[in-house]
Design a protein around this ligand. Structure first.
Ligand SMILES: Cc1cc2nc3c(=O)[nH]c(=O)nc-3n(C[C@H](O)[C@H](O)[C@H](O)COP(=O)(O)O)c2cc1C
Length: 342
């Protein structure tokens, strides 16, 4: 990045720690998105100076092995792998990352199971975890994580209950000196990046903004749905019965979402009438969305699939190369910092 203006120089200085940690030019992580964050998008983000992250999701160790190898053919720049802590073969997946000398492993979906953090670090990789609360952030830092992501409920995909701005205010002053902290959720423009960097973030993580990249393999219908949508269309799934837990997911409103509410009502009624046992009822709710993200991203069924998207979707207005997206974000951030300097 050039330092030919006060804003760009300030931006470079504010991102220096995050970029050095990632080994990238700019401290922007491409948030792992199941089915979307495969070799093409990941390599494009890293090649454009950001830091791409492969979404392992439900991949087998063999598939992850092939995906990492495929990504390496497309970029010589560093990239990471996102592993879900609940994956039944987490240990084997960590071994695959170690075999390929993946530099950064992101653990998502809950606290790292016993031994996983140690195994990642023993391989020489840096371990990045999600911190949902300040207490857990401090606990993760004590257990040796190298960096944290704090993600607010504006984000696409599985979400917590607190907004990005509140998490950032609550957590950055307490933990940003200990480890690099990357802020995620609802970031659509560089001005917001500048703001979080000013608050002490080492960098940011964006997902929604990269879905419509030219290099993204998401189905044209999926991209069209993003380009048409506004912030208010990206809604969190709602649980309607206390007995039937629903993990909140932010996605675009569609027929699948309406049918999910109907399904919850039917299952709750069947429970009331004793036609279903509790375990079976809960399983039916849990399994409702199985395969739904793939149906939307790969098959293009945006009516019945899950079109996971964050509230920043309103700021996605066209398909464009990753390099242009990153350049725009950086120019906006530099401009915001330039104004501050004036
Ligand atoms: C379509 C989609 C799929 C996602 N899948 C995953 C995933 O598999 N694992 C994960 O840790 N986060 C997942 N996320 C969250 C992103 O990694 C990222 O943290 C989030 O998109 C950041 O917020 P933003 O959408 O407001 O930019 C997903 C997000 C989207 C939009």
């Amino acid at each position: 990045m050039t330092t030919n203006s006060t804003g760009a120089g300030r931006l470079e200085r504010r991102m220096a720690r995050g970029a050095a940690f990632l080994g990238s030019e700019v401290a922007v992580l491409g948030g792992a998105m199941s089915w979307v964050s495969e070799r093409h998008l990941v390599a494009a983000i890293s090649n454009a100076g950001g830091f791409g992250v492969i979404a392992c999701g439900a991949m087998t160790p063999e598939l992850l092995d092939a995906e990492i190898a495929g990504t390496k053919t497309l970029t010589g720049k560093p990239f990471g792998v996102n592993l879900i802590t609940m994956h039944p073969q987490l240990t084997e997946l960590i071994e695959v990352c170690a075999k390929h000398k993946v530099s950064h492993v992101v653990l998502a979906g809950g606290l790292p199971p016993k031994g996983s953090l140690e195994a990642i670090k023993a391989s020489g990789a840096k371990c990045i975890c999600f911190a949902p609360t300040l207490a857990l952030a401090k606990k993760l830092i004590r257990s040796g994580v190298d960096a944290l992501v704090i993600e607010g409920m504006e984000a696409g995909g599985h979400i917590g209950p607190v907004s990005t701005s509140v998490l950032a205010q609550e957590m950055l002053p307490e933990i940003a000196n200990d480890v690099p902290v990357f802020v995620a959720g609802g970031i659509g423009r560089g001005q917001a990046i500048a703001g979080y960097l000013d608050m002490g973030a080492a960098g940011v993580q964006l997902g929604t903004r990269f879905v419509c990249a030219t290099e993204s393999i998401a189905h044209p219908n999926f991209k069209k749905a993003f380009i048409r949508a506004s912030a208010r269309d990206a809604v969190a799934s709602v649980q309607i019965d206390a007995r039937l837990p629903v993990i909140p997911v932010r996605a675009l409103k569609n027929a699948g979402g309406e049918l999910f509410t109907q399904k919850q009502r039917e299952v709750a009624q069947a429970l009331d009438e004793g036609r279903l046992a509790m375990a079976e009822a809960q399983l039916q709710i849990e399994h409702y969305w199985a395969g739904a993200l793939r149906r939307a991203v790969i098959d293009g069924d945006v009516e019945h699939g899950s079109v996971m998207a964050g509230q920043s979707v309103g700021m996605v207005t066209k398909e464009e190369p990753v390099a242009d997206i990153i350049a725009t974000l950086m120019a906006e951030a530099a401009q915001a910092l330039e104004k501050k300097a004036a």
